[in-house]
Design a protein. Structure first.
Length: 311
């Protein structure tokens, strides 16, 4: 899609991404909420540039996704990255928010669901993120579930992640993914990663050991046909970079108690727990998060490159 597209609601591809897709070069989609809402300024901008650099170093083209002034962009220039990182008015947009945001001419950073949707819409087949959303604790009483799950159940894209956020109900999330028909493979592991932790303790049914093996799964899914759904490649943070498991469990239990005592519920739970983890671990949870994202971005680029070579 050219930059001067007459269709106002079509994703705008950067020149670099458009050229890569047209010539068959590997492309990796990156979300923008980590830039706008997940990291403190000014570190967020340096991390955004670092992640794009990691994609390029692994032989692929980065396509950071965001909405700017009512236009969805797949691939950002450096000035656009600076805007997402520095403008406090940039909103957080899930898939459900895209149409209102485009119609209103708003600007926003895209979550997993919005990024996966826009990337697939633009023809980008691989997406790297930190951790997915999932089924929240106490689901039986409030039925709080991330929009990521249903969106991934109907979007044909490969998502490299470090599992789901450990503050969620991991067993219930895995069960929900199974119910929705979303394939999950562990990358070099027989256990589902725990975001900040190398393992959540929950097993995965399938394990792959190389980008080429991931590509074979992708090709098999495409050959089988049927309903479009994502392939989740669960890539654990290295044990040397994970948050200390004992510290994680203690702080999370204390944060959950504080959450109940203060009557925090619904959408306020996740940001409260993540903030408590960062504060009570002295920032160690943030560093584990970034280590996971770096590994996911690099692996996603290797998968995209292997997929291109296999064509």
């Amino acid at each position: 899609m050219p930059q001067n597209s007459p269709e106002p609601y079509e994703p705008v591809l950067s020149a670099e991404v458009r050229a890569a897709l047209s010539t068959g070069l590997p492309v990796v989609a990156l979300e923008s909420t980590i830039i706008a809402h997940g990291l403190p300024r000014p570190r967020n901008l340096s991390v955004a540039r670092e992640l794009e650099g990691l994609v390029r170093s692994a032989g692929a083209v980065p396509a950071t996704v965001a909405v700017l002034d009512g236009r969805a962009h797949v691939g950002l220039g450096d000035d656009q990255l600076e805007r997402v990182a520095g403008d406090p008015s940039v909103r957080k947009l899930g898939h459900r928010d895209l149409a209102p945001a485009l119609a209103a001419g708003a600007s926003g950073a895209t979550t997993v669901s919005a990024t996966a949707f826009l990337a697939a819409r633009a023809g980008v087949g691989v997406f790297a993120t930190g951790g997915l959303g999932g089924v929240h604790r106490e689901w039986a009483s409030d039925q709080d579930e991330s929009a990521d799950l249903r969106l991934l159940a109907r979007t044909g894209i490969t998502v490299v992640c470090a599992g789901v956020k450990s503050i969620l109900d991991v067993p219930a999330t895995l069960q929900r993914l199974e119910t929705l028909g979303v394939s999950v493979v562990g990358y070099g592991t027989g256990h589902f990663p725990g975001f900040y932790l190398s393992s959540s303790g929950e097993p995965v049914d399938w394990t792959v050991h190389s980008p080429e093996e991931v590509v074979e799964v992708i090709r098999a899914k495409e050959a089988l046909g049927g309903p479009a759904s994502a392939l989740i490649v669960a890539n654990p943070v290295p044990e040397a970079d994970q948050l200390d498991p004992a510290l994680h469990d203690r702080v999370l239990a204390e944060a959950l108690d504080a959450c109940r005592e203060r009557g925090i519920s619904g959408q306020g739970v996740t940001p409260f727990l993540l903030d408590q983890l960062m504060r009570r671990t002295g920032g160690a949870s943030l560093e584990a998060n970034l280590a996971a994202v770096r590994g996911n971005v690099t692996l996603a680029a290797r998968i995209a490159a292997a997929a291109t070579e296999a064509e």
